[in-house]
Write a protein that binds this ligand. Structure first.
Ligand SMILES: Nc1ncnc2c1ncn2[C@@H]1O[C@H](COP(=O)(O)OP(=O)(O)OP(=O)(O)O)[C@@H](O)[C@H]1O
Length: 217
């Protein structure tokens, strides 16, 4: 489903170069990319999302090589095939939870599917908040809405950046379990990047990312 080969990145001439291990994640499978702060985890995730273009190497999702798409096509491809759970929750404040999710489908050019949208909220235990504004929810509840929004287009790949860093132990494990269950149910590949060692026990596939060494700098 998701494969990468020889990926590297540099934020401009003279900046340190990040080299990332090759990755292969099948449909329904989860991988945890674990590394300390500043090791390049978010950079890696942005490459996997096609938000950044690599210095070398390639990313392929379900037979499509990102580098072969023009930028508008890549944006469309991302909207339809990739669900993003970012560190901080961003919502349209004027819209309620269900409307925020409906907007995600609309922006990807997908037809409305209210029944699926509500079933996703239910499956994450937040069905009762469908008509609430996101800011009326707790941080943990907002995190689940972010996950719901990442699922609502039935993506082939779910990418989560530090989804649990703001949560206490029981909620951190609950969120990681929900991500793994829902991804498996949808047949999506799941990649979580984090420095949160608590999640080690939740994933059978763990890829460690090393801190930058002086060699790279
Ligand atoms: N837009 C940018 N321009 C220049 N350098 C950047 C940019 N974004 C990140 N970096 C550099 O790349 C390094 C890695 O950043 P990145 O966000 O990928 O690390 P991380 O492992 O996700 O860190 P954290 O866990 O603290 O979020 C940072 O230390 C920073 O110096």
């Amino acid at each position: 489903m998701l494969t990468t080969h020889d990926l590297s990145y540099r934020y401009g001439a003279g900046a340190p170069e990040f080299a990332f291990p090759d990755l292969s994640v099948e449909a329904g499978e989860g991988a945890l990319l674990l590394g300390p702060s500043g090791s390049g985890k978010s950079t890696w995730l942005h490459l996997l999302a096609g938000i950044l273009s690599p210095l070398t190497g390639r990313v392929e999702l379900d037979g499509t090589v990102y580098g072969s798409l023009r930028s508008g096509d890549l944006d469309r491809f991302r909207g339809r095939n990739i669900g993003l759970v970012l560190q901080r929750a961003y919502f349209v404040e004027a819209l309620n939870v269900a409307e925020n999710l409906a907007l995600a489908r609309k922006m990807a050019g997908l037809p409305p599917d209210r029944a699926f949208l509500l079933s996703v909220l239910e499956s994450l235990g937040i069905g009762r908040y469908a008509q609430r504004k996101p800011r009326e929810l707790s941080v943990g509840e907002q995190q689940r809405v972010t996950i719901a929004r990442a699922l609502v287009n039935r993506p082939k790949l779910i990418l989560a950046d530090e989804p649990t860093s703001a949560l206490d132990d029981p909620n951190a494990h609950r969120v990681s379990q929900l991500l793994r269950e829902r991804a498996a149910e949808l047949g999506a590949a799941l990649v979580v990047v984090t420095h949160d060692g608590r999640l080690r026990t939740d994933f059978s596939r763990i890829v460690a990312i090393e801190p930058l060494t002086t060699q790279n700098i």
